[in-house]
Design a protein around this ligand. Structure first.
Ligand SMILES: [Fe+2]
Length: 179
């Protein structure tokens, strides 16, 4: 079995003007596909090729002999999560009476504070990485904003949304997925 590139859940112009088709060409067709092809190459004829990607990531994490497998598998997962955190005409401030708006108010101090913190985590990330809106301690835990460099793991945090800072410079877009 080999891993296959999941279809983008929208067409490449769907996220404009925030994310251009050209940026999607880069991060989907080059990055995501590149990590996937490399992962398939690395796991071919090993027991990893029969595992789910999450299992591979957790099994090889911290194993110095398996860093390339970890990096490629985790970046495949991160990109897949990222694409599915966004949709055409999605995003913006969550509805005031919604679960997410209440959590952001209670745990982060309101949408403006969230916006500011989420942005500053992104622009202060050196090189490539990810900014996450996560739940601490399980799906109904406290919301917090954190960041990870390159392919690093979130470690016991549940991702709710992410934005990606990569080689093309700092871009900020948050499209919140439902928790
Ligand atoms: Fe990327």
């Amino acid at each position: 079995m080999s891993f296959t590139l999941p279809e983008l859940p929208y067409d490449k112009t769907a996220l404009e003007p925030y994310i251009s088709a050209k940026t999607l060409d880069f991060h989907y067709d080059k990055h995501h596909k590149g990590y996937l092809n490399k992962l398939n190459e690395l796991v071919e004829n090993t027991h990893y090729q029969h595992m789910e990607i999450e299992e591979i990531i957790t099994k090889v994490h911290g194993n110095s002999d398996k860093v390339p497998i970890f990096n490629n598998a985790a970046q495949v997962w991160n990109h897949t999560f990222y694409w599915n955190s966004m949709k055409k005409n999605g995003g913006g401030k969550p509805k005031d009476d919604g679960f997410l708006a209440k959590k952001i108010q209670d745990d982060i101090g309101g949408f403006d504070k969230f916006y500011e913190e989420f942005s500053s985590h992104g622009v202060s990330q050196f090189g490539s990485g990810w900014v996450w809106l996560v739940f601490e301690k399980g799906r109904l835990g406290k919301l917090k904003i954190t960041k990870t460099p390159n392919a690093d793991l979130l470690n016991n945090l549940w991702p709710s949304a992410t934005t990606h800072y990569g080689c093309v410079g700092a871009r900020l877009l948050f499209r919140l997925s439902k928790p």
